[in-house]
Design a protein. Structure first.
Length: 445
C-alpha cells in the first residue's frame, strides 16, 4: 500500500518538478545571454565613443577622402592613432573612420597596414550596407549593429559620430569584433544555468531512484519482519512453554528432566536472539513512533518486579530510588519497557554474585528532562571498547568468561528507542568495578 502510494504520487509530481527545473534553467540561460549581449554591446558603444572623442576633427576636415590623403601628415597621424586604438582593444579586429558622399560610405582611414589584404585606402567605397554608420553620419547617433556579414567577414560593430567644432558631423568611428567570438562568449555564460538545471535534474532523478529502491527495500523488510515474527517467535515461544511445563513434571526421570531443562535453556537463548534481531529490524522499519502518556516511575518499578527471579538466582540486590511523584512523559510504553528491561537485566546478569544494582531517577535543574541511572558493580567494560558498545552485534571481550549468551543487539536497540523519544543514552564503566548507564528523556509538565 505504501509503495503504491509513493509511486502514484510521483507519477505526476516528479515530471512536473523536473520540467520546472528545466524551464527555470532555459529562462535563466536566455536572460544571461541577453544580459551578456547587452553588456558586450554597451562596451563596444563606449569604446567607439571614447575613440571618437579622442579624434581631433581638424585631422579629418583637411582630408579629401581620396588616394592623395596618404601623403598628408594628418592622415599618417590619424592612422597611427587608429592602430594604437586597435592594440589597446585586443578583442577588436578593425578600427576605422568612414564618411559619406554621393557614391556611398567611404573610408578616411583604418588600422590596417598598407600591405594587409584587408587594407582600405583613403576614398575606398564600402560596398556593403551599414545602418549604424548611416544613422551616425546623418543623425549623429551612436549605436551598434551585428552580427552582420560584409566582404571583410562577420562582425559585431560599435559606431560613434565625430563632431566638428561647430557641431557638424565630420565622420564616424567604427570598431569591429568577431561575431563568432562575441557570440561564443555570450553562449558560454548563458549555457551555465541550463547545464546546472540539467545536472540538478539528474541528481533529482538519481535521488528518486534511490528513494524508490529504499522504499521497496523497507517494504520487503517490513514484510519479512512480520512473517518472521509469526513464523519464528510463535513456534519458539510455544516450544519454551512446553519445555517449562515438562520441567515441572516431577514424574519424569532425572535424566529426562535434565534434558528438558537443557532444551528449555537453549530454546530461551534462541528466542532471545530472535527477539533481538527482529526487534532491531522492526524498529528501523517503522515510520514513526506511536506515543501516549507514560509514567516512567511505574514502568521501571514494573521491570524491577519482573526481574526479581533473575536477581535472586544471582544473589543480586536491586535497590530502587525513584521520586515519590509520577514521572510523566510522551512515549511508547511497550518500547520504554524494552529499554529498562534490557538495561536492568544486563546490570543483573553482569553483576558479581552477592552484588547490588542501583536504579535511581530524578529531574534536571531546568525541569525539562528525567534522568534515570542504572548502576552495577559487575565486570565492567574495557576502556578501549566503550565506543563500540552501541554498535549492533558487539559484545565486550570480557563477557565470554561469564558464559552469558547474547547477540549484542540489545543496547543497540535501546539506543535507537531512546533517541526516537528525543532522549539520549550515555555510559560510564571501569573494567572490574562496574558500569553506570544514564538515560535522559524529555518531561511533559
Amino acid at each position: 500500500m505504501k509503495l503504491h502510494f509513493f509511486k502514484s504520487r510521483y507519477q505526476w509530481y516528479f515530471p512536473v518538478f523536473i520540467g520546472l527545473i528545466l524551464v527555470v534553467g532555459v529562462v535563466a540561460s536566455v536572460y544571461v545571454y541577453m544580459k551578456v549581449n547587452e553588456s558586450g554591446r554597451a562596451s563596444l558603444l563606449y569604446r567607439a565613443e571614447t575613440i571618437a572623442r579622442s579624434i581631433d576633427p581638424e585631422e579629418i576636415t583637411v582630408l579629401q577622402g581620396g588616394p592623395s590623403d596618404v601623403y598628408l601628415s594628418e592622415y599618417l597621424k590619424l592612422k597611427k592613432k587608429l592602430q594604437a586604438m586597435r592594440v589597446a582593444n585586443p578583442d577588436s579586429r578593425f578600427v576605422y573612420i568612414m564618411g559619406k558622399k554621393s557614391a556611398g560610405l567611404f573610408f578616411y582611414a583604418d588600422s590596417e597596414n598598407p600591405d594587409s589584404e584587408d587594407y582600405s585606402a583613403p576614398g575606398d567605397i564600402y560596398q556593403d550596407e551599414s545602418p549604424a554608420f548611416e544613422t551616425a553620419l546623418t543623425e549623429g547617433e551612436a549605436g551598434t549593429e551585428g552580427p552582420i556579414k560584409d566582404s571583410f567577414g562577420n562582425w559585431v560593430t560599435g559606431v560613434a559620430p565625430i563632431f566638428g567644432n561647430e557641431g557638424e558631423i565630420v565622420g564616424a568611428v567604427g570598431i569591429d569584433v568577431s561575431a563568432s567570438s562575441y557570440t561564443a562568449r555570450a553562449i558560454t555564460y548563458a549555457v551555465v544555468p541550463i547545464l546546472l538545471s540539467i545536472l540538478l535534474s539528474v541528481f533529482a532523478y538519481a535521488g528518486l531512484r534511490i528513494n524508490r529502491a529504499e522504499k521497496k527495500w523497507i517494504e520487503l523488510r517490513t514484510q519479512f519482519v512480520t512473517m518472521a515474527s509469526h513464523e519464528l517467535r510463535s513456534p519458539l515461544t510455544g516450544l519454551l512453554w512446553a519445555n517449562q511445563a515438562l520441567s515441572k513434571n516431577e514424574s519424569l526421570p532425572r535424566e529426562q528432566r535434565k534434558t528438558v531443562n537443557e532444551m528449555k535453556s537453549v530454546t530461551g537463548h534462541l528466542l532471545e536472539a530472535v527477539n533481538d534481531i527482529l526487534d532491531a529490524a522492526q524498529f528501523e522499519s517503522e515510520a514513526k513512533l506511536v506515543v501516549d502518556d507514560c509514567d516512567l516511575r511505574s514502568i521501571v518499578r514494573g521491570v524491577v518486579k519482573d526481574q526479581e527471579f533473575a536477581a535472586e538466582s544471582r544473589d543480586v540486590q536491586v535497590i530502587v530510588d525513584l521520586p515519590q511523584e509520577a514521572m510523566i512523559m510522551k512515549g511508547s510504553e511497550t518500547k520504554l519497557v524494552r529499554v529498562f528491561n534490557n538495561l536492568i537485566s544486563n546490570a543483573i546478569k553482569y553483576s558479581k554474585r552477592g552484588g547490588e544494582v542501583r536504579v535511581s531517577g530524578s529531574i534536571d535543574a531546568e525541569k525539562k528532562n528525567y534522568i534515570l541511572k542504572i548502576k552495577d558493580n559487575g565486570i565492567g567494560i574495557p576502556e578501549n571498547e566503550l565506543g563500540k558498545i552501541f554498535d549492533g552485534f558487539y559484545r565486550g571481550s570480557n563477557v565470554d568468561s561469564l558464559k552469558i549468551k547474547g547477540t549484542g543487539l540489545g543496547v543497540y536497540v535501546v539506543k535507537q528507542i531512546v533517541e526516537a523519544h528525543l532522549g539520549s543514552l550515555s555510559l560510564k564503566s571501569n573494567e572490574g568495578q562496574g558500569t553506570e548507564v544514564e538515560v535522559t528523556l524529555p518531561c511533559v509538565l
